[in-house]
Design a protein around this ligand. Structure first.
Ligand code: ADP
Ligand code: MG
Length: 382
């Protein structure tokens, strides 16, 4: 194991990095963040920041020399940087695992190789592919194979005639066209796997998105136990087959009739796992720190039903006027655990924080979450 007092590193300075820093520090480690921004959420709490680009060779060398182990907090971390770091220190996730999750084509092929079902799709990589698109995939959604997140890099396509313009709008980048599905529920599973191959999963989370961005997570997901078990098993299989070391999130679409399809995976802690901070024995960030430090994995048991509400920058604006949301009103509601990421500038769609609401039952948590939504003028989860 790596001893407390030693340095752990994280590539990226966003809120996921911030919550990782806090978890690692509470285990006694010192944390160094590599990020180019002057005022990133993670750097504000880290013991040290190396302020440079993620690909800066000197900065990477410095980080690798200081830290015993390094992890990442954003999906599109350059695989080359992970490889560079791995020359001098332990790195998780490994570059090849990150690369698989970074390209929707590789990701889907990998899931299929694991014997798991994916959303029906076709690759659109060159102009000639447009004419080869099967009509059964329409209406569909064209997604850039790389660099998409929070619904960015995606265009709905209703008719074949609309395909060329859609591809044009994505810069003629390599894409996948997916069939648009009648999703019954979206769920996700966080799986944590150590260097020794031991792995655990967290309870299945049920997710609702607005405008392509996660809005609400409800845990446990309102699906039957057998389906939940299948989702957890699928996530474990993917982690094992990737020989993954770290925290991995697998997103699923549950269709009417019990079909469960892999949507995508993220090689890092995930927004849908934020509930674990307040609702589980061990949080997803604690697990990330444990894995990095080669400590045994923690207990993933959920101690209370939970509803997580994302707080986007939109809530900071009242008819165009900037004012923070009513944190005092939220804090007064029973069972609420507010988390703000210390971002100085609010922008519409920007993730500023989240509130996890715990209840004595899921119904109770939902009722309390309804009160939070009322206080914040948010749409209540159903
Ligand atoms: P991102 O990388 O932005 O999270 P996703 O592929 O997960 O991209 O898409 C974001 C959201 O858009 C999904 O969570 C889901 O709500 C919706 N979505 C994506 N693909 C489909 C699809 N094929 N059918 C129906 N809804 C979809
Ligand atoms: Mg997604």
């Amino acid at each position: 194991m790596i001893f407390p007092g030693e340095w752990l590193g994280v590539l990226g300075g966003g809120q996921l990095g911030r919550m990782f820093c806090m978890a690692a520090q509470s285990l006694g480690y010192r944390v160094c963040v590599l990020d180019p921004a002057a005022d990133s959420p993670a750097a504000a709490v880290a013991d040290r920041q190396i302020r440079a680009d993620y690909t800066d060779p000197q900065a990477l060398a410095e980080l690798a020399a200081l830290c015993k182990a390094v992890t990442t907090e954003f999906e599109n971390v350059p695989a080359d940087s992970l490889e560079r770091l791995a020359l001098d220190c332990a790195v998780s996730p490994r570059a090849d695992a990150a690369a698989t999750a970074q390209d929707r084509r590789r990701e889907k092929r990998f899931a299929q190789d694991c014997g798991l079902a994916v959303v029906p799709y076709q690759v659109v990589a060159e102009a000639a592919d447009l004419a080869r698109v099967e009509s059964s995939l329409l209406p569909g959604v064209l997604k850039s194979a790389r660099l998409g997140y929070d619904g960015k890099g995606q265009v709905r396509v209703d008719r074949a005639e609309a395909l060329p313009a859609a591809w044009e709008s994505l810069g003629r980048a390599p894409c996948v066209l997916e069939k648009w599905l009648p999703i019954e529920r979206e769920v996700s599973v966080i799986v944590c796997r150590g260097r020794d191959g031991a792995s655990v999963t967290f309870p299945v989370a049920e997710n609702a998105h607005r405008h392509g961005i996660l809005a609400v997570t409800i845990v446990p997901a309102r699906i039957d136990a057998a389906l939940a078990q299948r989702a957890r098993a699928a996530a474990s299989t993917m982690a094992q087959r990737l020989d993954y070391v770290g925290v991995l999130c697998v997103e699923f679409f549950a269709l009417p009739g019990g079909e469960l399809l892999i949507n995508e995976m993220a090689p890092r802690p995930h927004n849908s796992g934020h509930y674990t901070i307040d609702a589980c024995v061990t949080s997803q960030f604690d697990q990330q720190a444990r894995i990095l430090a080669e400590l045994p994995l923690g207990d993933t048991r959920q101690l209370a039903p939970a509803v997580m509400l994302n707080l986007l920058g939109d809530l900071w604006f009242d008819q165009g006027r900037l004012r923070p949301p009513a944190l005092d009103a939220v804090a007064a509601i029973e069972g609420t655990c507010p988390h703000l990421y210390g971002k100085l500038e609010a922008r519409p769609g920007r993730k500023m924080g989240h509130v996890t609401v715990l209840g004595t039952s899921l119904q109770d948590a939902l009722a309390r979450a309804g009160k939070v939504c009322e206080a914040l003028d948010l749409e209540a989860p159903r």
